[in-house]
Design a protein around this ligand. Structure first.
Ligand code: CA
Length: 228
């Protein structure tokens, strides 16, 4: 399942693509010009762009270059020109793959699967960013946490626990998931988590009875959220 932008001015081809992609459980947005495509990728996150090269407003390779200027989303170009030099040039200009028109839906699916697989295995994890929950800010890259501007002195485990919860603010994380993700254990006793939580609470200046950020839901899990 992927989020796909279809850039195609031919209404017939466009509807066929949308129908096929939707049937394959992808979410699709579509536009008919290069400029609209640029606007789309600037505003939305896509997993893949299917770019027709014969667009009314911009030459295909121009469109591709401009697209590449603002996003590294995988792009499959669809070209009517079965010209090797042209295709090599497009691949050099940043296309991830190409399809020669007319193409079958099976062919498209196969190319899409390959491009998506490559993009995902490229390990392009989102760049670590500073997580902000109320007055708490957590910098996973520097492994620093601040509360209202004051740096917290946390152990490695406390930091991991806090950062994991801060990545899902307001979400109740089951204890099992914490054990698996923070402790990398598939089982363990709840006490391990409780002990670390109580240390973390103390450092955040709160108690289980008077929680501010850390909320324990008995028998369910833990959540971190900004104080009301
Ligand atoms: Ca066209």
């Amino acid at each position: 399942m992927a989020s796909v932008l279809v850039v195609e001015d031919d209404q017939f081809v466009r509807s066929a693509l949308i129908r096929h992609l939707t049937e394959a459980s992808h979410t699709v947005r579509s536009v008919g010009t290069a400029l609209e495509a640029l606007r789309e990728v600037a505003h939305f996150r896509f997993d893949l762009v299917i770019l027709d090269l014969g667009l009314p407003d911009l030459d295909g390779s121009e469109a591709l270059k401009m697209l590449r200027g603002i996003t590294d989303v995988p792009v499959i170009v669809a070209t009517a020109r079965d010209d090797e030099t042209e295709i090599v040039r497009l691949l050099n200009d940043g296309a991830d793959d190409y399809l020669t028109k007319p193409f079958s839906v099976e062919h498209l699916s196969a190319r899409m699967a390959a491009v998506l697989r490559r993009a995902r295995s490229a390990g392009d994890a989102p760049p670590p960013r500073v997580l902000q929950v109320g007055g708490l800010s957590i910098d996973p890259l520097r492994r620093q946490a601040h509360l209202d501007g004051t740096e917290l002195d946390l152990t490695r485990r406390e930091f991991d626990l806090l950062a994991f919860l801060a990545g899902r603010p307001g979400v109740v994380v089951p204890r099992k998931e914490l054990l698996a993700e923070v402790w990398q254990q598939s089982y363990g006793d709840d006490q391990t988590i409780d002990v670390h939580l109580s240390w973390l609470r103390r450092k955040l200046g709160e108690t289980a009875a008077r929680p501010r950020y850390l909320h324990t839901l008995r028998g369910v899990g833990v959540k971190l959220e900004p104080p009301r």
